[in-house]
Design a protein around this ligand. Structure first.
Ligand code: MN
Ligand code: MN
Length: 284
């Protein structure tokens, strides 16, 4: 059978029943405040994934040997609150079947749904933005409110890595209620030292790991709805995933708006592969 389009992630050849990792896309950008396009992120990440060799030399694993599947994209609802509910339902099913959800975005709003279904002990996010607004443009389910909603869900250990944008009130909330490692702090201390500190406190707790693509400096990966310079590097984000990924019960890579030369989706696809391979090898 000829393959006519890359509608799934490369090497995601396992049936749902046999899969340990379950990818799904959320092609949504309904609350965009600056530049739209994140709805095309999941497709761009999947297409980018076909660029890579199946073999992952850093773990010695072949991706096609890892049992993972790709459900395709959600038929997303327009209202952000409904979208969050959809994502919660899908994530809940995947987790209920004893599998690890891997979400491709799409706007960061969807992460609220995934986290609400999983109720992790710790929420770790790489993001240029604090996302601690109570509401934005009339909705509490905006991409600018993600971390605030997750605090509201009762996830009270929130770790933010790479932030460099938010208003005064959000920074005050971050100081009080989260463990904040700004992009400047990561640059000063090094990502290794920051991750060692985070890891020490995580131990056996369940974590949800979310990557907002704009955590990375927009000069490096410009396919972003809300670009910010002076951020993390792709290597920093890869290190976060290598170190914390094996401890994560759920993972997402969000906010890829692929109107650049392809580098934002390329980094995303490789980091998703890193997550799957590192999680797999650690579980052995
Ligand atoms: Mn975000
Ligand atoms: Mn962001």
């Amino acid at each position: 059978m000829h393959e006519l389009a890359h509608l799934h992630f490369a090497d995601a050849e396992t049936s749902y029943a046999d899969a340990r990792y379950v990818l799904f896309g959320v092609p949504y950008d309904g609350t965009t405040s600056f530049r739209p396009g994140a709805r095309f992120g999941p497709r761009a990440i999947r297409e980018a994934s076909f660029n890579f060799e199946s073999y992952d030399p850093s773990t010695g694993l072949d991706l096609y040997e890892i049992p993972f599947t790709d459900l395709g994209d959600l038929g997303v609802l327009k209202v952000p609150e409904d979208l969050v509910g959809q994502v919660a339902d899908v994530t809940g099913e995947i987790v209920g079947d004893g599998k690890v959800p891997v979400m491709l975005g799409g706007e960061h709003t969807a992460t609220i749904g995934a986290v609400s279904a999983m109720k992790p002990d710790v929420y770790v996010v790489c993001d240029a933005h604090l996302d601690l607004r109570d509401e934005l443009d009339g909705t509490p389910y905006s991409h600018g409110c993600v971390t605030r909603r997750i605090l509201d869900l009762g996830v009270d250990d929130v770790v933010i890595i790479g932030a460099r944008s938010g208003d005064r009130e959000q920074f005050e909330i971050a100081e009080e209620r989260t463990r904040l490692y700004t992009a400047d702090a990561v640059r000063e201390r090094g990502i290794g030292a920051v991750l060692a500190e985070i890891l020490k406190e995580i131990r056996r707790q369940t974590i949800y790991l979310s990557i907002d693509a704009d955590a990375i400096d927009c000069c490096l990966t410009p396919g972003l709805g809300t670009p910010e310079p002076f951020g993390l590097t792709p290597l920093d984000v890869r290190e976060v995933v290598r170190t914390l990924g094996p401890h994560a019960a759920g993972f997402d890579y969000m906010e890829v708006a692929p109107f650049d030369a392809g580098q934002t989706a390329m980094v995303a696809a490789q980091v998703v592969r890193e997550f799957i391979a590192r999680h797999r090898i650690a579980a052995r």
